[in-house]
Unconditional design. Structure first.
Lengths: 332, 334, 334, 332
């Protein structure tokens, strides 16, 4: 059983992305970061409803996993899921529109920030119920297998979600039916205000995958390259009919659980320490050190991203509200 | 109903509906506990595993949240799952997937996704199965926008309604009754479907309208027979589906009878009978010559002892009493 | 209400009730997510961890079935757990423990065991939290024998009712409203409790009876104010608890006003308003001069967009309209 | 992690029960067997309602575990739970009364065969919902710990129950709070008609305990002595505040899931094979081989048991039905 558990270490010498991949990773991660920052402004200005859960600091997981996916592959995400949606190709304009409750949003403004869906992009649903998206992703895996498609289905969820019954039941189903599913647990060390170490005895959540005899792998979730490599293997296994893989991506949520979180449960020092290791800074250093991209190239892309996000935001702000009659549509 | 002399059981009728829809549409798959080669504990899926194979008739571990959730995901991505929850009481372990997920998916996505899924289950008491295996929980589902709720009373209805349910584009809770599985009735050879949202007048009458569904249709018909002896002519309306609700048929009837008794096996308080009563008095106040009476189970869990259970659940005599009450007849005469 | 000038918020009032009952009775423990040193996401349990320690204020992993189930077991064996389900929508993952276990334990054991447990949770919309965080699910619980259901509208009521709920010998679903937490009101220093099952007339009037609870009490009072300007004198009854239901107070009122409007935030169909309507027409048919009107949310999931959400949920204007309808006044005048 | 998993092998040379314990084990197992056989007659005669789930073949688990328990220790059992109840000291008369729906039953005839409870004997509840009793047992453990009692709480459940979310959530809670709980999984190879090997990939269900870092142990569930020893350790750990233990007792359900089960899902040969290893026959052989009890002693006890059960049955049959008003009692 233990042989199913692995810790992945990136071999710097063996790692061979071409430049375009570096650019793509850099672009995706920055898009997420800038989008999230803008969203926070929107929230703080009181332009949106509900709560906003930022994924700042976790961009490498979304990027590294989704860079392995095709448009018709499925992902199931959470309330903290705009990052994964962007990595899967979501249009910032439609995303902003959605969080602003506009007609032009992915869900016509009826879903909101917690419920991003894009049928076209294989974004099944963003779930507000912890753990609930995991069996849904497994169901997509069942479709793929039954309909003999070449897709994969990825479930993104947090460390805290591994304590839900839905997690347990879903992993077992994927295991016994050998479904093309990749379980991506973003262990950001907290579920809301509760440190994961208070909620489980496990040192590694990957241990939990073993209970279903699912190959389980621990990876540095702040290194987009490592996440990419691990996800690549998992996606290949899935596509070739070898069944599910469980990935524990160790990362950190740099901001509070939601905007407005008092963050009394952790020290500034802890946050600062992780800020040093945060994925964008980390990847920038890698690019520079390995001479793949220089300062100027990196900055230029960042600037482009900022501009694109700004434009998307402005357009979304100018978009129309849904008609009142929308209330009665899409119920059945 | 088409003319026919073929008599089959409620369980067989459901089995046929599954078989026909599976033959018609490759995307229809079955999921559930012991539904495979064993054919289900109530034998409803008998033979389907042999006919359609293990890819389409899938035995699951005991994990209702897991496999209802998987059904939701499968339905969103091209399959049409028909899932058996062995007893309706067990739906409670999967309520999040039913209410927060299946029911809301289409809406939350602004209509991008849909969940064409049927949850087949069986409810009701009468067998001494005790508090955790005898509930009538249809009201819980009927209250949730996004779910359709069906509860057939005869083999004919069961088949026609299940076929329609499978063709629906949204989640349907299809509630069978454990005491009806072995009941027989006419079911034609020819294909037919029954639309959701159309009540069926199982008996016409002019003095009082009994509104009911599932097993209570039988009890109501028995009550009507008894009442006939006393010169009371009861109309028995089988709603067949709670959502959509065919209130029009009920209102038509009330225009004629001016008196209504709603009968359900669910516990009385906050049960669906209240909705029917509320709707009738809202929309047909002036047609009512007496308050709408409700006959339901007592507001207690279902006791095990068979006599107690019978006393707790509505019986024919309670329906008769409800009718008399609505006719302002002496209770003592019952 | 005793005379007092102390003004505190609904959240503080609940906090005080917890504190007082914990001080009074060692067996009272709290369980829930982030309720410990953080004090709960709505700050309702603030300070209790420091005061009573981690043995009595227990942070849980995200496993509602697990900790509600543990609450049931703990309640059966000597503790009095007060459990926070952060949002009522999440109760759906633990429905089996609530409905099949907590609610039925006393009955199934023939009265040997009991489950003195309170599930505190918060529901309702108004903040743009979307379909999975805005529901009003009280009817689901009210329909289940064995559960008591409380939903306070003011700080005063919240404190008094929660103290009584903790002292109950059976499971209580205590539903707070997210939009009320910061609302303030008078709460005396002195100890008091409010018995479950006693409605409170929040405003007397003679022309029409509005029956409601939780946040809709406020809206109803606002509506009453508006209506007053038009010479309509509305009585507003706050039920406070759905189970037990104080139908007597409602019937008394109807005797006087002859007209009733039931107002709730839950979706209209198969909601608890139907039960009130059904009971009134059953038990006070001759007192009614018009059908009981129901004002509830539209029968759809809660949309995210704040304007849509507002349109979907009942507002003061809808209550006014409901009242006018019950008075047979022109709708156009609204 | 793997170090937390053990397979227990009884060391025949080191095993030192005195004669009374042998007698007790023999008596308990026979009481269960005879009670169950009588119940089946009752069921077949149509004297009771509902379904009847027999535990014939699994007597050693109930006996071996409960011989370690005191009267005020708690157990949480299932629809297949009359055996455990008897092992915990339940009165056959009150049990028969309950399954016959009589006033003199443990639950006044309102619970029935699936819902045996005895407040006095610490039998918390017999659950009809698979897995649901596990968190309830954990809650009793929480009471014990909070109220600083010296009791333990035991959760009995089947192999199939390990696939329920409730199992997962409950085990994690017991682990992190270090509660005095013993999880006893009776792996009888089937959940209803489904072989457990179709429902999990695990060879041993004890692997599942590891996911919560709970010490987990596999034992021959047909040898009452082995079960006793393993449970002893677990109960001692619990009592001394060291937290939960997970026991997988490998056994076999000799009859169908419920009376009336067509048993099409297994061969007669398989059943016959297990019949050779069934706990009562096995223990008889042990007693004889080791000269602890002779044929006559064994038979005499069996005869006594049969008589006691007969008397209890006759008395129960003659008992009164509950009054109709009972319907309205005990709701709140
Ligand atoms: C069933 C359920 N319980 C509780 C919550 C409240 N809640 C929202 S997010 C969250 C923490 C989830 O933690 P984790 O899975 O680690 O994800 P993260 O937020 O860190 O991304 C909780 C408890 C919920 N949404 N659903
Ligand atoms: C939640 C739930 N799902 C399904 C059932 C139906 N059911 C009753 S017993 C059983 C099998 C349980 O198997 P296992 O846990 O191995 O226990 P055993 O019956 O073998 O003792 C099933 C599926 C149930 N009672 N509860
Ligand atoms: Mg987390
Ligand atoms: Mg089993």
């Amino acid at each position: 059983m233990q042989e199913l558990l692995q810790t992945y270490h990136l071999n710097e010498n063996n790692f061979n992305w071409d430049k375009n991949w570096f650019i793509q990773a850099w672009r995706i991660m920055n898009t997420i970061r800038v989008f999230e920052e803008k969203s926070i402004q929107i929230y703080k200005k009181g332009l949106m409803g509900g709560s906003l859960h930022s994924s700042i600091g976790q961009e490498a997981v979304a990027a590294g996993v989704c860079m392995n996916l095709k448009k018709d592959d499925y992902i199931s995400i959470t309330y903290r899921g705009r990052g994964q949606a962007l990595a899967k190709g979501a249009d910032p304009f439609q995303l902003f529109s959605e969080i602003l409750g506009k007609k032009t949003g992915y869900c016509k403004g009826k879903g909101g920030p917690m419920h991003i869906t894009s049928q076209e992009l294989g974004i099944l649903v963003a779930n507000g119920i912890v753990g609930a998206g995991i069996p849904i992703a497994v169901g997509a895996g069942l479709s793929i297998k039954t309909l003999k498609k070449n897709q994969v289905s990825v479930a993104f969820f947090g460390d805290g979600a591994t304590n839900q019954g839905a997690f347990h039941e879903a992993l077992n189903l994927a295991a016994i039916y050998k479904l093309p599913v990749v379980f991506v647990c973003e262990n950001n060390l907290y579920s809301e205000m509760t440190p994961i170490k208070n909620a489980v005895l496990n040192e590694h959540l990957a241990e939990r995958g073993l209970a279903y005899r699912i190959p389980s792998i621990i990876v540095n979730g702040n290194d987009v390259r490592a996440v990419y490599e691990v996800a690549k293997q998992a996606v290949e296994r899935a596509r070739s009919g070898e069944g599910p893989t469980f990935i524990e991506a160790k990362t950190y949520r740099l901001l509070g659980h939601m905007i407005g979180d008092a963050e009394t449960y952790r020290t500034k020092e802890e946050v600062e320490e992780w800020r040093q290791k945060e994925p964008i800074r980390y990847f920038r250093d890698v690019c520079l050190k390995q001479n793949v991209l220089n300062e100027k190239e990196l900055d230029e892309i960042q600037q482009q991203v900022i501009q694109e996000i700004d434009i998307a935001y402005e357009r979304a702000m100018k978009s129309e509200e849904p008609e009142m009659e929308e209330i009665f549509n899409d119920v059945y | 109903m088409m003319s026919t002399n073929r008599i089959i059981s409620y369980a067989q009728a459901i089995n046929e509906a599954l078989k026909e829809e599976m033959a018609l549409d490759d995307r229809v798959i079955l999921l559930g506990e012991d539904i495979g080669s064993y054919g289900g504990v109530f034998k409803v899926t008998k033979g389907l595993f042999d006919e359609f194979g293990k890819e389409r008739v899938i035995d699951t571990p005991i994990s209702e949240t897991g496999f209802i959730g998987a059904g939701v995901g499968a339905a969103m991505t091209g399959l049409k799952p028909v899932i058996e929850i062995m007893w309706i009481d067990f739906s409670l372990v999967a309520m999040d997937q039913i209410i927060n997920q299946a029911a809301k998916m289409a809406y939350m996505s602004g209509g991008q996704t849909s969940v064409p899924m049927v949850i087949r289950t069986q409810g009701g008491g009468g067998r001494g199965n005790g508090a955790q295996h005898s509930q009538s929980l249809e009201t819980l589902f009927a209250h949730i926008p996004g779910l359709k709720v069906v509860a057939p009373s005869t083999p004919y209805d069961a088949k026609g309604l299940l076929k329609s349910s499978i063709r629906e584009g949204s989640p349907v809770i299809f509630i069978e009754h454990k005491m009806l599985y072995s009941q027989k009735g006419e079911v034609p050879e020819e294909e037919y479907t029954i639309p959701l949202g159309k009540a069926d007048i199982k008996r016409s009458g002019k003095d009082v309208t009994i509104v009911t569904l599932s097993r209570m249709v039988q009890f109501s018909l028995e009550a009507a027979k008894e009442l006939e002896k006393e010169g009371i002519d009861a109309e028995v309306i089988d709603l067949r589906t709670l959502v959509p609700l065919d209130i029009e048929t009920v209102k038509e009837s009330v225009k004629k009878t001016n008196r209504v008794v709603v009968v359900h096996e669910a516990t009385r308080s906050y049960g669906w009978g209240a909705e029917i009563a509320a709707r009738i008095q809202e929309e047909a106040f002036d047609d009512l010559d007496a308050p709408v009476q409700r006959v339901g189970a007592e507001d207690v869990p279902v006791p095990y002892n068979l006599n107690l259970e019978k006393e707790m659940l509505p019986q024919t005599k309670d329906i008769i009493q409800g009718v008399k009450k609505s006719l302002y007849l002496q209770m003592e005469t019952v």
